[in-house]
Design a binder for this molecule. Structure first.
Ligand code: FES
Length: 105
């Protein structure tokens, strides 16, 4: 099983807010909402573009390109045109550090 990797500081991400970071060989997006952190791949499953520049709307991220909605908790697709979920990753907070454990590809 993969290790947790430090990717950001808690203070770098507003609440509510989001931040795209590199984690190992992947780009991921961190979300900070209501004191909790979540992590998804920075990939919209509609056509593989980035989701990180999308609009955070409560607990959903809305793709800027064609408007798909995804649940930030688990990457579940909520609105077409995307039909597939985004991979989600485990997040752990240690002091001021945000750590991510990547799900296997
Ligand atoms: S690229 Fe995200 S909805 Fe089309």
């Amino acid at each position: 099983m993969a290790d947790f990797i430090p990717v950001a500081r808690v203070s770098e991400i507003a609440d509510p807010g989001k931040l795209v970071v590199a984690c190992d060989d992947r780009m991921v997006i961190l979300f900070h909402v209501d004191g909790q952190f979540f992590c998804l791949d920075d990939i919209c499953t509609h056509d593989g573009g980035p989701i990180g520049d999308g609009h955070l709307q409560d607990c959903e991220i809305v793709c800027r390109r064609h408007g798909s909605h995804f649940d930030i908790h688990n990457g579940k697709v909520l609105c077409m045109p995307a039909t597939a979920d985004i991979d989600s990753h485990e997040v752990r907070i240690e002091g001021e550090n945000v750590l991510v454990r990547l799900r296997a590809k």
